[in-house]
Ligand binder design. Sequence first.
Ligand code: SF4
Length: 361
Amino acid sequence: MMSETAEQVRESASEPSLRRDLRDLSFEELEKIVAESGEQPYRARQIAHWLYRRGVDSIDAMRDLPAALRAFLKHNFKISPFAVAAVHRSGDGTRKLLMRLADGEEIETVIIPADSRVTLCMSSQAGCAMRCGFCATARMGLHRNLTAGEIIGQIFAARLELAEGEEITNYVFMGMGEPLANYPRLLQTLRAMTSPWGMGISPRRITVSTVGLLPMMERLLADTSVNLAVSLHATTDEVRSRIAPINQRYPIRQLLDTCAKLPLKRRSRITFEYVMLSGVNDSPADARRLVKLLAPLRAKVNLIFFNPFEGAGFSATGRPAVEAFQAILHKGNLTATIRESRGRDIAAACGQLYAEHRSAD
Ligand code: SF4
């Protein structure tokens, strides 16, 4: 990311709409701005503390900064408020937030309580270019990448929706967008989430899910210690190319060979996501092929119930067939969990709330 010096920002002293969001700056940029405004280096940590620990949405709230520094920041930067356009609450506790960004784009963020965990499912792009056949977001196409501030802002907006005593325990990048297609901003966000100067979240609590952008998978595991999930969804190239067109660029063999070489941390495994589509990828033969394909890897499988949406063109595999599929995986010594479908009553498929909201506008 280009760095902007204090001199440059002073020159562009600016229209609110032209000011950069403070949460879009890397920590190094914050340090540079502080140094060039003549302040002590520790002020950068103070600013980061207000942004990422306290989650303030105004520069005035940064009370321990000198008035001159606050004035300088206010003149040149902003903290964009996050407008929650709609919240849909499911009977099972799932809450789906539709956020409206400054330019009118809308993204989804989902709070999913299950067992003793509360997982936040975050978006990395407005829309998505990956064209997966079973995904409502794919129908939007890619509108744009989210900024780091917009990605991390979802956490602060979601926190306001939590019940008393409820806390987010896990963070997954499985919302709108392909996170590795927005890599620089994803990395900046992950740094702000996991660094001591940022939110201090353990990387083990964060999972980045990809449909399989191979070169970026290697970079992610070299640059961070977060968990990786790969959307596999099929056991033959013919089927995978149909439901996840990225497979035409990176076929299954190449994907799994890359996974085998990834620098996994000790005891960690790659999660393979597998959405169960009736009559498409859910046969016993598929289960046996999956066992063979994943046998050489440190892998586990999440079997996901498909959440149908209008015009999807797929239907969900029923529970007995999902359990029979899981049993074959277990027999082949492959760890497999069934991900219960959450929030079915609130348009739970990724991109579905957006689509419904737009059609109601
Ligand atoms: S499943 Fe994920 S990668 Fe595929 S189109 Fe939907 S948002 Fe994009």
